[in-house]
Write a protein that binds this ligand. Sequence first.
Ligand code: HEC
Ligand code: HEC
Ligand code: HEC
Ligand code: HEC
Length: 662
Amino acid sequence: MKKYILLTLILTVVVIGPFVYQQWSEAKRLQHIRETKQFASQIHATSLADYLQQLKQMSPDSTQLLLFTGNTQAQLEPCGCFIGQSGGLPRRAEAITHIRENGFSPLLVDLGGIQPSQPPSMKPHSFESDALSTDDEIIMRDRQRVQTTLTAMEMMGYDAFFPFAAEAEIVQNQRVDVSFTFLDSDLTQDSDSYLIKTIGEKRIALVALDLKDSAEIASISKKFNSVMSEVQENSNFIIGLSHSPPKINRMLARKYPNFSAILSPAEGESEKIGDVLLAYCNSKGKTLGALLLTDGELNISSQVQQIALTEHVSDDPNVRKLLDDFYHQVATDHQLQTVSYRLFSSEPFEQEDKNSYIGSQACQECHQKEFTQWSHSSHATAFNTLRTVGREYYPECVTCHVTGSGYESGYQIGNSGREHLVDVGCETCHGPGKQHAYTPLKENIRGQVPEKVCMECHTPEHSPGFNQLIEQVMLEVDHSRPQPSLKQILEQRMRGPMKPEVELFVMSYCPYGVQAEQELLPFFEKYGDTIDFKLRFIVGKEETSTESGNGQIKFTSLHGEPELIENKRQMVIAELYPDKLFDYLLCRADHLEKAWVNCAKKVGLDIGRIAEAVDGKKITLDLVEEVQRTEELNIKGSPTLVIDGRIIDGSLWRGRVKETCR
Ligand code: HEC
Ligand code: HEC
Ligand code: HEC
Ligand code: HEC
């Protein structure tokens, strides 16, 4: 007897063991990815909540506050590519509002560097095709970004702005309608080289500094000394706003110890030279600098922190609207949509003039295995991501979320003939494939994909931690990986900031659609709010013109009028009682031939309310949307499962659902 128990035990371990081990090691792998990414995306800054807590301990009467930004490069807001990303004008405005609500009236200063700048490797090439960007057009969109930034600063109530010498003229031309002071470090000119502002009882002087070397310090010494003594007489605190290099800032701090602080738009670690605080910014508006000035009985003290602007800070509605108006303009004006740089400019395959992009679909016929693996990866839904967040026409996003952007045969915004090049397709990693597809040789396609190809998109700015995870991420794009389960697909998608969007297309009277609901709904229910589930209906639409000339829309459904009505009912329930939809559907699945009211009553729905909405006007619009979505995705039968806009192969989820209504 004992022997049998032991044998069973050993057998169990042998059979289940590897499976358990695999699950365990996969869970560990995912955790490692998550932790590495989380760590890499951390930003050294204080959360707004913590900062407000600190302010509550202080009195606005004895403490003055100066908020500062610099080198924002007209970055309106972060791209949203990863969780924990910090920055953006709408959040900055919201943070300032909260600080004001705590009784502080901060001075607001921008230290310059407002113009967009691109890393040298991303500079536009001399495009030959006139379909691609010209410098003028790039400047047009950038100009609007600068204007939008200045307008947002005005809305936030900025006091002063100190543009870089190189951008002063351009920015002056964009001045829109702003009331804050533009500072200029040129002491020989009759311009504002300093500004004195009063907060409460105190006066704070802002002095513009732009000195290249110690010789320059010496040469302006006389003039500057007189400025400093003038400023000193009239203020309690003197703050330097400096475009000089750190070395010069230190020299200035030593030479003029009356500065409370010298602020620089560059990135760096804050430090103290004597009593003078030297402080820096985070580029691209990632954080909001906060300088606290206390005029104590014994001495003046200053203290600096960076405030994080992560997703925990909501958007100021007015600045949000300003940005949305700008995006709307780009969306509707083709001239604003030209790309300003392209990837892979040092890869030989991409520079080959005679080759061109043909799209991932064209590779499928010969590389089915690779295609299937790719189609379940998030690369295959990268453009859907942009559609979901409404940036599919915005060149600053499109470049990395499509195939071949910036190349003559690559994806082009607004060109409907290039729809097959959306997403991060085969040819982003393997290079343009037309020649290879016609004459399949190893020589005419990039067979080895070096890490640096990945890194063109997976930059530290857009994909922090990627460079530490090379082995892990290479594994994820390995075409010989086993088919993922539905659970694995969902959980992979949940690693990013976006919820996976799950759409189940059915006809409410289709027995296979109903089976699919029975199969899938209990599974999806477990994910609750972490997925974005939508039940969709496959209906037909006929437009008939009546005698009066008004077009009328008639909807049709494979299983006739009763099905159409049940579809409408389920749509109404999804909208009015989202929490009870699954219960209703599962009840209906068991009692489809009985009256719907039984199930409605059982799960506690208001029957009158549903019946009314089913006959309402809005339902027609909703049905039109269903038809559009079905056509857009080319959905043919019930049931069909779609995740992030891509149809999921039935073999991954159908279980006992063998057939399809079409
Ligand atoms: C007509 C069939 C066909 C089409 C279409 C096709 N390939 Fe191939 N592909 C092949 C064959 C055959 C080979 C193997 C060539 C060899 O070993 O000489 C190959 C090899 C490859 C390799 C491996 C090269 C290496 O160095 O080992 C890659 C990568 C590749 N194809 C990518 C693509 C991509 C991307 C597309 C779509 C743009 C595509 N293929 C379209 C037939 C095709
Ligand atoms: C053309 C730009 C581009 C290239 C090249 C590229 N990727 Fe990506 N990658 C993306 C984008 C965009 C996403 C996010 C897609 C989405 O969810 O919208 C992504 C997502 C991923 C993810 C999923 C991230 C996660 O945690 O959810 C992995 C893993 C990945 N890429 C690995 C790679 C590897 C490995 C390479 C090189 C062999 C590579 N990528 C090359 C643009 C690119
Ligand atoms: C330099 C290339 C690059 C640019 C430019 C870029 N992205 Fe991304 N994006 C990526 C990569 C890479 C990922 C995957 C990051 C990861 O998980 O490591 C990603 C992921 C995302 C995600 C998360 C998707 C998910 O499934 O959770 C969103 C949303 C996104 N990008 C939106 C945008 C928007 C909006 C813009 C323009 C403002 C933009 N991206 C510009 C490369 C880029
Ligand atoms: C994110 C980058 C990426 C994308 C997108 C991608 N591949 Fe690959 N592919 C690779 C990598 C990495 C390898 C392995 C190359 C190596 O060994 O260095 C590879 C290898 C291959 C090979 C060689 C044989 C094999 O299976 O390993 C073929 C064929 C291939 N890919 C076809 C495709 C096709 C077809 C698509 C689109 C459906 C595609 N690839 C999309 C990165 C990618």
